[in-house]
Design a protein around this ligand. Structure first.
Ligand code: 26Q
Length: 793
């Protein structure tokens, strides 16, 4: 490919401004410049993209298909310039053109096609697969509206629709020729001894492709997102009969199908539209996979040699039955052979143990939306029962429900959890009987891409790393270990400190502008950002914050280590308790931040609308990473890894990947507290666990008293009575039981932070020992242990 030079890039930008945007320089807006730059950068991706696709065809290389209802991508422009090695050049060229590169980058809306961890993991995986030259396609839905926007009104969360597609999305290519018909409903009849599905409704799935470029532009894969279009614009026959509303039905169905991302990330509700979305994604993906496979001229028997399909949780678990349907009904294969082939292709990743999050569909809903799949599921279930004789409570269809976890397990050759602890719990608690009948559960500890989560978001630290150990660490993150000898050196620690401080100053400025709160960059920045959920225990954090406030008030002259408590995250719109916690945090912030006696000793900030871009701003500036879930509940966590990479020690429980972070970084560099997963189970056997813990803690009594008295809700003193009542009587997530231990750990943090040199060393060791948490390591492991695929580089 032609070497890019600044003059060439500039010419490309101006050419796009003129001929793609139809603007001249004096009239170009920030948006126009962003588009022009994006198209110029995109041009540079297209060549390696074609080359990768061509090479995969030529070598007949095995392909990986990653099926996910969520891809939480964030912004793409800066990421693309970084992976192409063009960031500095783009910056320079834009300033020559009188434009500010940062402003352009920040003008791009986030592609928020995901809720949180699971969707962001899919995005990191796409980037790592491209970096490693693993031929892969991501398949998802092109939601018109991604995750809702959050704002606060009088401290309460208010949602509004997100509209990332309002401005042109320059990274995608529409593929009207890649379209499939997706059937729903109707009935199944028998004709000549074969089952024939006569669908009652159909929609078209139309493809939009976004190239995903790997580090240094050596390989690019495709993220293919499906958009629903009506099969026929209008049912003319019905229209002519005068049935006007019915005539528009197909159009209405198609429009709603890919309209909006479901904002729930833990409580599953048996909504028919969600099931239709899942089938829409899965069927379109599988039809596309089979079309491409057949174009390669192979026999369907050889599918598993050429195709690996990964299901990101059970959301696309209809892939098992759908692949069987396509093989049997559309390609005339025998049922048993189709099932074996499907299983050899499929893998299932589990991301949760929470019972309320496990997908189960009423057989009534399932059978009405997917009548043919209902038959297939029943046949799989009967075959499994008759062949393996599992205990009577084990099976796919039970109590008039289809259990998607069991279906995914039985239809996969490998099942994996996402951290060592979680994978053990999946074995022991979720699928113990199935695992003993068919051992297939393995662990694949999550990771995050160091290109976005270190190189891109933390320039000061990335530059220091390169200055210290040279380049190449971006794609070989274990090399961060080479920083270790330097953490003893004063000069390195001084530079490390300066990098962190630059990020903190930038964040403090941003907070002043966007939250109207003044925070001191000298304070300890203590950050908890993630979806709001009871098990993640933001409540524990705010209760400790109140205790701190109480103690400062009692002894304002003491030598307090100044702290800024930063919260970020959205609650599912229907999750009442989570919304109450948000309200409490904002109420406490209003009181504490306006208390003149407190000053810089304690500040609380909760910027609205936490998303990928805000994470990129907050994480590099964090001094302390809050990972305080009730042990046994957080499958892995990936934010925890991002903080570690960016030099923020963790305060956390033995949960999810925290266990492995602790192991990598060492107990001296991690603030561990709280009950273990086993102790949590044990403690719950005592029905009075909360009452006992409160009785033993004067501090917790004071805190609950202050809330109950209305100290933080003077306009409505009873606002938090229910919340306080829940801590006393229904504390399922053991906030009370862990409260004192958490406070003690926070006191340790204060002590450690006061020792500047000691703290810096601890922070630097977190970065130096974070190499294991690169998603490159995770993807290598999926490639070897699940997909049986090698790099095509
Ligand atoms: C299911 C049915 C209907 C509607 C919504 C859903 C749904 C949607 C999203 C259920 C779950 C999710 C998301 C789950 C998730 O993000 N889990 C997180 O996955 C991360 C990546 O493995 C882990 O690090 C986190 O620990 C885990 O909570």
């Amino acid at each position: 490919m032609t070497e890019v030079t600044a003059p060439l890039l500039k010419a490309d930008i101006l050419r796009h401004l003129t001929f793609t945007l139809g603007k001249d320089v004096p009239n170009a807006s920030l948006y126009d410049w962003r588009m022009a730059l994006s198209f110029a950068i995109r041009d540079r991706i297209v060549e390696p993209w074609f080359a990768s696709t061509r090479k995969t065809w030529e070598t007949g290389h095995k392909r990986v298909y990653y099926l996910s209802m969520e891809f939480l991508i964030g912004r793409l422009l800066e990421d693309a310039t970084i992976n192409l090695g063009l960031r500095d050049m783009a910056d320079q060229v834009m300033s020559e053109l009188g434009q500010d590169f940062r402003a352009i980058v920040e003008d791009e809306p986030d592609a928020a096609l995901g809720n949180g961890g699971l969707g962001r993991l899919a995005a990191c995986f796409m980037e790592s697969m491209a970096t490693l030259g693993c031929p892969a396609y991501g398949y998802g839905i092109r939601y018109e509206h991604g995750l809702f926007r959050q704002r606060f009104e009088s401290g309460r969360q208010v949602e509004s629709p997100e509209d990332w597609l309002m401005s042109r999305h320059p990274w995608e290519f529409e593929r009207p020729e890649a379209a499939y018909t997706i059937p729903f409903k109707g009935e199944v009849v028998t004709r000549d001894g074969r089952e024939v599905w006569l669908p009652g409704e159909t929609v078209q799935a139309e493809a939009y492709d976004t190239p995903v470029i790997g580090w240094q532009g050596k390989w690019a894969n495709t993220l293919r997102l499906w958009s629903a279009k009506p099969t026929t614009m209008f049912d003319l026959e019905r229209f002519n009969r005068g049935d006007y509303t019915a005539a528009a039905e197909p159009e209405a169905l198609a429009r709603t199908l890919s309209r909006v991302l479901y904002p729930d990330d833990t409580t599953y509700q048996g909504k028919e539209l969600r099931l239709k979305q899942e089938f829409f994604l899965t069927s379109a993906a599988l039809q596309d996979i089979l079309r491409r496979f057949k174009a390669g001229g192979h026999s369907l028997r050889d599918l598993p040699k050429h195709v690996a399909i990964q299901m990101n949780d059970t959301h696309p678990a209809i892939a098992g039955p759908e692949l069987i349907r396509l093989l049997v009904d559309e390609n005339g294969m025998e049922f048993m052979e189709a099932m074996e082939i499907a299983r050899a292709c499929l893998g299932y990743t589990n991301h949760t143990l929470l019972p309320e999050a496990l997908e189960r569909w009423a057989t009534f809903t399932f059978g009405s939306v997917l009548p043919r799949h209902m038959q297939i599921v029943e046949r799989i279930d009967a075959w499994h029962r008759d062949t393996y004789h599992p205990p009577h409570w084990v099976g796919i269809v039970k109590h008039h429900e289809v259990r998607m976890g069991e279906l995914a397990f039985i239809m996969s050759h490998k099942v994996n959890g996402v951290s060592a602890l979680h994978s053990d719990l999946v074995k022991q608690n979720l699928f113990p009987e199935l695992e003993s009948l068919h051992p297939r559960i393995i662990n694949e500890t999550n990771g995050v891409t160091p290109r976005r989560w270190l190189k891109m978001c933390n320039r000061p630290l990335a530059d220091l790393i390169t200055k210290t150990i040279g380049d190449g660490w971006e794609a070989d993150l274990d090399r961060l270990k080479e920083l270790e000898p330097h953490v003893k050196k004063k000069s390195f620690l001084k530079d490390f400190d300066a990098a962190k401080r630059a990020n903190k100053v930038a964040l403090a400025d941003w907070i002043a502008e966007h939250c109207g709160v003044t925070v001191s960059p000298d304070a300890l920045f203590d950050v908890q950002v993630k979806r709001i959920h009871e098990y993640k225990r933001q409540l524990l954090n705010i209760l400790e914050t109140i205790a701190r406030y109480h103690d400062i008030k009692a002894n304002p002259q003491a030598d307090w280590v100044p702290r800024v408590k930063i919260f970020g995250g959205k609650a599912a719109p229907g999750y009442v308790v989570a919304k109450e916690i948000i309200h409490l945090i904002n109420d406490v912030a209003a009181v504490v931040n306006n208390d003149p006696e407190i000053g810089d000793k304690l500040k609380i900030v909760y910027p609205a609308n936490y998303n990928v871009s805000l994470a990129e701003r907050l994480i590099p500036a964090a001094d302390l990473s809050e990972q305080i879930s009730t042990a046994g509940k957080e499958a892995s966590g990936t934010g925890n890894m991002k903080f570690m990479m960016n030099g923020a020690p963790t305060i956390g429980t033995l949960d999810g990947a925290n266990v492995e972070i602790l192991q990598e970084v060492g107990a001296d560099n991690f603030f561990l507290f709280g009950l273990t997963a086993e102790e949590v189970i044990e403690r719950r056997r005592n029905p009075d666990h909360a009452r006992d813990a409160i009785a033993a803690s004067q501090s917790l009594q004071d805190v609950l008293q202050m809330i109950a008295e209305g100290r933080f809700s003077p306009d409505e003193p009873g606002r938090y009575h229910q919340l306080v009542h829940r801590v006393w009587h229904h504390d399922y997530f053991l906030v009370a039981a862990d409260f004192d231990a958490y406070r003690a750990a926070q006191a340790q943090v204060d002590k450690a932070y006061a020792d500047r040199a000691g703290w810096l060393k601890m922070a630097a060791l977190n970065t130096a020992r974070s190499g294991f948490f690169s998603s490159d390591r995770t993807i290598r492991s999926y490639m070897a242990d699940i997909w049986d695929v090698t790099s095509a580089l």
